[in-house]
Design a protein around this ligand. Sequence first.
Ligand code: GUN
Length: 282
Amino acid sequence: MAEIIDGKKTAQSIKDELRARTEELRKQGREATLAVVLVGRDLASAGYVRNKKKACEYCGIRSLSYELPETTSEQELLSLIAGLNADPAVNGILVQLPLPLHMNAQKVIEAISPAKDVDGFHPQSVGALSIGLPGYRSCTPAGIIELLRRYHIAMAGKECVIVGRSNIVGKPMAMLMLREDATVTIAHSKTADLAAVTRRADILIVAVGKAGLIEKKHVKPGAVVIDCGMNRDPDGTLCGDVNFAEVEELCSAITPVPGGVGPMTIAMLMSNCLDSLALQRH
Ligand code: GUN
């Protein structure tokens, strides 16, 4: 039986540490403020935003909420971001994705000042991460590194296979794993023999968005399996990309869905928000 990597409990510990840090900062008259922007009425996005604001409250971070109608023009959103960039009282800016189709999401991401890019999506943040310069790290990959560290799972010299090449998870995950001295492979939808590649992994990280994609045949006995999937099965239950019941029997450790990677993403967003205070200090 595998060890269950408890992201919920680990995220709670991190939030408690951050809460202690904000109490110290408050004594020095300093407070972090996160601006959260949501466009439209996507139910999943509204849920994520609610959880992010709740986490801010818990950690002692002020949150400002901008909930804009679906009909907002790209120009209106860009103007709002320009105002938040210029506002010294705002330390971090988060625009929840996906945006409505009439907007160019990349243009919006690039409009956020890199100094306030707590999501780590700006090309400058991505570039800095790639060459080891200081900057914000994308929250889900940063949360996975933190989980592995806190569970004392060694990364240096290990074969790490990442399934999925998204800008939000797969690619930054590969860069962070390289920084940890893992040997990194990225597999994706065009990979010829997925099982042959994933079976090489000591650490298998899956971020595709396809329920049950990873089965027993994809996993080397004793591997560590990290599941970033957030899918709904036919009866509406939240599930990951890994067939948990099958894979749990042969791996050494695994993250569940829910309660694995998801809570860590929010904890790392909070951590980035506090780092923003130090980054903007002058
Ligand atoms: N949509 C799905 N995940 C994320 C995230 O981490 N940040 C933002 N801004 N939008 C998302």
